[in-house]
Design a protein around this ligand. Sequence first.
Ligand code: F6R
Ligand code: ZN
Length: 187
Amino acid sequence: MTIKEAGERYNLQTGELSGQYASHSQKKLSQLAGVFADAEAFSAMDGEQPVYEVDAHMAVEEGTSGGLFFGTSTIHPGRVGNEYFMTKGHFHQKRETAEYYWGISGEGVLLLMDKNRRCTAEKVEKGSLHYIGGHIAHRLVNTGDTDLVVGACWPSDAGHDYGSIETAGFSIRVVCEDGKAVLRESR
Ligand code: F6R
Ligand code: ZN
């Protein structure tokens, strides 16, 4: 028997993933219509602008019970009006499934919201570790001037439910006031 090279790679500095099971996707501003509060500022911006990228490592079929997925989310710096660039955010379709996030670089906020729309917020930075329990919606917000890079690991049968976030959003928004990131209640 021989020792095989691992074909799959994880760049510990950048979070970049490569190998047979790695894939890359990008969200442009035009794909985030209705996500940000300031519709006027949104419509004045270039819809082709990339807001975030996801590198995913999926070694099993989506929906496989007992498997894990691994990924890196990179949220670019920017704002729509005074609201920082952020991910769409989701509950897991299989509600009880949890997830780990960890900060790789940059500065941001992890918004967490339960089914009763109660929100908490955690600071994300290099070395921060975030356990997202089941039944909790999660969204990453980049509050810095550089890319916010965050690692993630979640069950391969978790699935994503964007529906309720698309219609009602999170109950808290992260906005820039006097040059600082602050939390504001949302309607
Ligand atoms: C997976 C997970 C992350 C997000 C990524 C993009 O369960 O939480 O990999 O999918 O940060 O965010 P969304 O999916 O909300 O567009
Ligand atoms: Zn998730």
